[in-house]
Ligand binder design. Structure first.
Ligand SMILES: C[S@@+](CC[C@H](N)C(=O)[O-])C[C@H]1O[C@@H](n2cnc3c(N)ncnc32)[C@H](O)[C@@H]1O
Length: 225
């Protein structure tokens, strides 16, 4: 070779700009959502492989795109075995607005549309309302006995606190938590990761994967207390 390709690339600002432009062509939200979908699919696949017992819970459904995806994954992977799927959302946004991007006006959701998705599947239920109210329901507490996968996509620490308290005693050994926006920080310097650490500091778990901007996949192996 007359020239070394690496040296050419290393010093060529035109090629650096070209690489930067190409890597910025795909919008961040598309990469993020694609990786989120991949995390959901692979987690369902892993739960199936290891026979992890329990329901699938989604916190934050908005217009139902991730819920629809989870239902499709279950159909493909579990075939005729019917895992119960619960989807929780206020469909009115967040309990407080405390972040530059996560604002209720951008996340009002579509209850009618999500309800239609659920109506097509006998194993799927939508629970409308703020988590702090819906998760207090005694019938629901009895109905959801064990959880195999919890998908948390509620953006806010304050919302995740209610979820963690509800799910902690119900998590099966080897179950998964898929948590989006895990390390995002609100105006009060709170984050979902802080809330998780407060409640699960004596639990046995491992972070088994990352997705998108600040998404994590956690595998749970029991509570020590
Ligand atoms: C990012 S969106 C969910 C996106 C959805 N998982 C998807 O991928 O299509 C966040 C949702 O969480 C809901 N949410 C956040 N905190 C909540 C709370 N405390 N109670 C009920 N819903 C809440 C909002 O209403 C919003 O629809």
């Amino acid at each position: 070779m007359l020239f070394d390709l690496k040296d050419l690339v290393k010093n060529n600002t035109f090629l650096h700009n070209l690489a930067s432009i190409v890597s910025n062509l795909v919008p961040t939200f598309i990469i993020h959502n694609f990786e989120k979908f991949k995390a959901i699919r692979f987690t369902i696949e892993n739960a199936y492989m290891d026979s992890i017992d329990g329901d699938y819970l989604e916190f934050g459904s908005l217009t139902g795109s991730s819920l629809n995806h989870a239902i499709n994954c279950y159909k493909k992977i579990y075939k005729k075995e019917n895992v119960k799927i619960f989807a929780f959302d206020s469909f009115e946004g967040f309990p407080e607005d405390n972040h530059k991007i996560f604002k209720s006006q951008n996340y009002t959701g579509n209850y009618e549309k999500v309800k239609k998705i659920a109506l097509r599947h006998s194993n799927c239920r939508i629970i409308k309302g703020f988590f702090r109210n819906t998760l207090k329901d005694d019938n629901l507490k009895k109905e959801i006995k064990k959880i195999s996968i919890t998908f948390i996509d509620c953006d806010y620490a304050i919302s995740s606190k209610d979820i963690f308290e509800f799910i902690k005693p119900k998590l099966s050994y080897g179950s998964y938590l898929i948590i989006d926006d895990f390390h995002n920080i609100d105006f009060n310097k709170n984050s979902i990761s802080k809330e998780f650490n407060k409640l699960f500091n004596k639990s046995d778990y491992q972070i088994t994967g990352y997705f998108g901007l600040h998404g994590v996949i956690i595998r749970f192996f029991g509570n020590q207390e």
